[in-house]
Design a protein around this ligand. Structure first.
Ligand code: GAP
Length: 432
């Protein structure tokens, strides 16, 4: 089978109600995307899996949820007002704008003229806004470009409330905004997106051990997303390409349809952020070891995950074409725990009340148990299967005349298309 293209993914996502262009009805707004019923469920499943793996299942993690709008001093102290920039070039002929490090600047990709780009200027990617009715310098704030700062600014609060043992981590999920010069490649580079970040506080003597632990955890995460291991790559980021706060960064890249690109990042942020907060706020950020030894400002290991990139990798890995009964079939081979619909329930015929009533009973029971269960009685059974395959539903349950006699149903498996008869009493266990 041929390689999956980005167009395959985009068109399935739109057709089947996963992801739409933002503000599409008014011609769109570049770099924004809206999630339909299946997209929002898939996204939530990914985010809940992350929270379970990295917060609920661990003893050393605490969740937080900070405000998106923060005091502008946060971004001054963190260095974002000064250095969160990308190099911008503009074509003097057609006035198209590009990120200088993403194109060959000898020739304009839009109009094809050569020598039309001047010197790049640094463009700050934070969205500026005003808080309150007075538009003066004092009321300026920014839509956060990373969730991380909401964690750093709450580090002291959590230590004061919980006094956790070191090492410990704070985790947060939420929106981030970047005024990207050229948003592109579907949800890969957007202006509004979602992050899932962990700041893991360590004794500086142990940072390498913690870094290695997170490398391992990230691979586990990729496995749980159903990403083939040979498509996930570690890239040791050289010093001159690292963010201003990082002493070591490993980017985890994935073989997307657009090529090998960053899926998520792991950085050693040292005491850069807590040190800056201490300097600018005047508040002490030191941790007092429980054994009475000298207090110190902890160092930080930061695994930073983008939700949209995880989702795009999941869709890429799951997108499968095969042939069934001489016809091409497209289906999403999603891991069961991520599928937006867990089970579809159908009566064999929708004009036979006895079948419909029995099917409704089964549907209600499964719905109560799993939530993400749909009723599908449109078209013939073959069409229903195809439709459910395309959105990655692992199981289709059909109620037929035999059901009325022996309380068994047909369960059809998405990947093998095999059907088996299962007793209704054992159905929940079968599809769990
Ligand atoms: N706190 C560290 C930080 O924000 P980053 O490498 O700039 O680091 C982390 O971003 C992750 O956020 C990226 O690996 C990517 O998954 C996601 N991300 C960043 N910019 C994005 C964008 N414009 N659109 C979608 N996802 C983005």
């Amino acid at each position: 089978m041929s390689e999956t293209s980005l167009d395959d993914i985009v068109s399935l996502a739109k057709r089947r109600g996963f992801i739409y262009q933002g503000s599409e009805i008014y011609g769109g707004l570049a770099g924004t995307w809206d999630y339909g019923p299946l997209g929002v469920q898939l996204k939530r499943n990914i985010m809940q899996l992350w929270w379970k793996l990295f917060v609920d299942d661990r003893e050393d993690m605490y969740g937080i949820d900070a405000a998106i709008l923060m005091n502008q001093k946060v971004w001054q102290a963190s260095g974002h007002t000064e250095t969160f920039t990308d190099p911008l070039v503009e074509c003097s002929n057609c006035h198209s704008r590009f990120r200088a490090d993403k194109i060959d600047t000898s020739k304009c990709p839009t109009c094809g003229k050569t020598g039309t780009f001047g010197e790049a200027r640094q463009f700050n990617m934070m969205f500026k806004t005003h808080v309150g009715p007075v538009a003066d310098e004092g009321s300026i704030s920014y839509l956060r470009p990373e969730t991380a700062q909401g964690i750093f600014t709450n580090y002291k609060n959590v230590v004061d409330s919980f006094y956790p043992d070191l090492p410990f981590g704070l985790a947060q999920q939420g929106k981030a905004f970047r005024n990207e010069i050229s948003p592109r490649d579907f949800i890969f580079r957007a202006r509004e997106f979602e992050q899932m970040e962990i700041e893991y506080f360590v004794n500086p003597e142990n940072w390498e051990q913690a870094f290695d632990m997170w490398v391992e955890q990230i691979h586990k995460w990729c496995d749980m997303l159903g990403l083939p291991q040979d498509k996930v790559h570690e890239l040791e980021v050289p010093e001159n390409d690292r963010a201003h706060y990082s002493k070591r960064t490993v980017d985890f890249e994935y073989d997307f349809p657009i090529g090998r690109e960053e899926l998520l990042g792991l950085a050693y942020r040292t005491d850069f952020d807590l040190g800056n907060i201490q300097r600018v706020s005047g508040k002490n950020m030191e941790y007092r070891p429980k054994d009475g030894s000298t207090p110190f400002v902890p160092h930080v290991i930061e695994p930073s995950f983008g939700v949209e990139r995880a989702l795009m990798a999941v869709l890429t890995a799951a997108y499968t074409e095969d042939e069934m009964s001489g016809e091409k079939r497209v289906y999403l081979k999603l891991p069961k725990h991520l599928a937006p619909v867990k089970v579809a329930v159908s009566p064999l015929l929708k004009n036979k009340p006895e079948l419909v009533n029995k099917a409704r009973e089964v549907y209600q029971t499964l719905k109560k148990e799993f939530g993400q269960v749909v009723w599908d009685d449109n078209g013939n059974i073959g069409k229903r299967y195809r439709r459910q395959d395309e959105i990655g539903t692992p199981y289709c349950v059909t109620i037929d005349f035999q059901t009325l006699e022996d309380n068994t149903v047909t369960v059809r498996d998405r990947d093998t298309a095999q059907q088996e008869r299962v007793a209704i009493a054992e159905l929940a266990q079968k599809v769990a």
